[in-house]
Design a protein around this ligand. Structure first.
Ligand SMILES: [Zn+2]
Length: 388
């Protein structure tokens, strides 16, 4: 008995399921029976003919007959059946063609062609049209890399170039050349991850995971004479326990400008511009004294809170993001300490310059309102796809 589309009176999920199942199994049965072009034509018309084809009939007998409240569900199923009918009809044609090539090749006795045709046929028969298709998700830039690239873009527009360096550094580049005194806390094993088995080497040659991107500044000055304008982005490591704001791996961007007559005013102007480019033109910056071994004088830079517009109050309550102060600390900077020039053969009496550095995750956290730094490193696609 060939399949006929039943009139539906019951539109419950169970009844719909069983009607769909019956139709799909008839479709598969009939597809398998097709052997020639003539048979395929009949199969094609029976299922897809505009007038009275099964595809048309389910539209009339199922969808049009469905009561208002069932229309949506029936429509969804009818659409998916139509799609399946179209694919099956096309696949049946491919299989039928392969079958005919095989027949011809057999008749001609050409072994190579027989083999080839048989393989093609096996492939087309093995294709299960009821399996869901493969969807290839489109990748997106990681929020940390995205933020880093935006930051780099700001400085590129100011004429800076990008320099990179090794993540495994020597004590010399990570500390000594940057004017870190021998007992500076950053050298402590609590902060720095040292490579094991280095004890036989002199201290300056011992390897460690860089704790900042500043070694790249030294490497750049060693190979380049002033004027120098570079930004150094990259991954750094500290022996920090994981929590919402600390991670043993994070990213930094540092900048360095060395030339004749560079002053603290240039530093202030550059960073004020960069913060406005990053967070909007209404953002204010303020500098206050700080200490870094490789800059003198040094300053910490705060920006006016982007959540409460620097008011310290949001929606009548103290702003949590700036702890009601109206300011958020974002980066460190200063004029390059003349001692540093001694390590790279620059004449400290002729050149001057400034350096600055910031954590990329910290900026990404502010920009995207992320509340836990660990989310950046867990690789959870549900988190990452929001930035696509
Ligand atoms: Zn605030």
């Amino acid at each position: 008995m060939p399949y006929t589309v039943p009139k539906l009176t019951d539109f419950s999920t169970t009844a719909l399921d069983s009607a769909v199942r019956e139709l799909v199994s008839a479709l598969e049965e009939e597809s398998k029976a097709v052997r020639s072009e003539a048979e395929w034509k009949i199969f094609h018309d029976r299922w897809t003919a505009r007038k009275n084809g099964i595809r048309t009939q389910i539209g009339e007998l199922w969808l049009n007959a469905a009561p208002k409240e069932a229309k949506r569900e029936v429509g969804r199923r009818v659409n998916s059946i139509i799609e399946q009918i179209e694919t099956t009809v096309k696949d049946t044609d491919d299989r039928r063609k392969n079958l005919e090539i095989l027949k011809k090749a057999r008749a001609a006795g050409i072994d190579a062609q027989i083999d080839q045709a048989r393989r093609a046929l096996e492939l087309s028969e093995r294709l299960d049209v009821t399996l869901p298709g493969i969807r290839r998700p489109i990748g997106a830039e990681h929020p940390v890399i995205k933020t880093m690239n935006e930051m780099i873009g700001v400085f590129r527009n100011l004429g800076y170039s990008v320099e990179e360096g090794p993540e495994i550094e020597t004590d010399f580049y990570n500390f000594e050349a940057l004017n870190f005194p021998p007992n500076h806390p950053a050298r402590d094993t609590q902060d720095t991850l040292f490579i094991a088995g280095q004890e036989s080497k002199p201290l300056r040659d011992r390897l460690l995971l860089r704790t900042h991107t500043s070694p790249v500044q030294i490497r750049t000055m060693q190979k380049m004479k002033p004027p120098v304008r570079v930004v150094c982005p990259g991954k750094v490591h500290r022996n920090d326990a994981l929590d919402a704001t600390h991670s043993p791996i994070f990213h930094q961007i540092e900048g360095l400008a060395v030339d004749t007559n560079i002053t603290f005013c240039d530093l202030k102007g550059t960073l004020d511009h960069a913060m406005k480019a990053m967070f909007g033109s209404s953002v204010k910056t303020r500098f206050y004294p700080s200490f870094f071994p490789f800059t003198e004088p040094s300053a910490d830079v705060q920006i006016s809170c982007i959540f409460c517009d620097g008011k310290g109050v949001r929606d009548g309550a103290p702003c949590r993001n700036c702890k009601a102060s109206g300011w958020i600390e974002l980066l460190g900077c200063g004029m390059v300490d003349p001692n540093v020039y001694g390590f790279v053969d620059y004449d400290a009496s002729k050149v001057s310059g400034f350096a600055f550095g910031m954590g990329v995750e910290r900026i990404a956290i502010l920009k995207y309102g992320v509340d836990d730094i660990q989310l950046f490193f867990q690789g959870d696609v549900r988190f990452l796809e929001q930035f696509g």
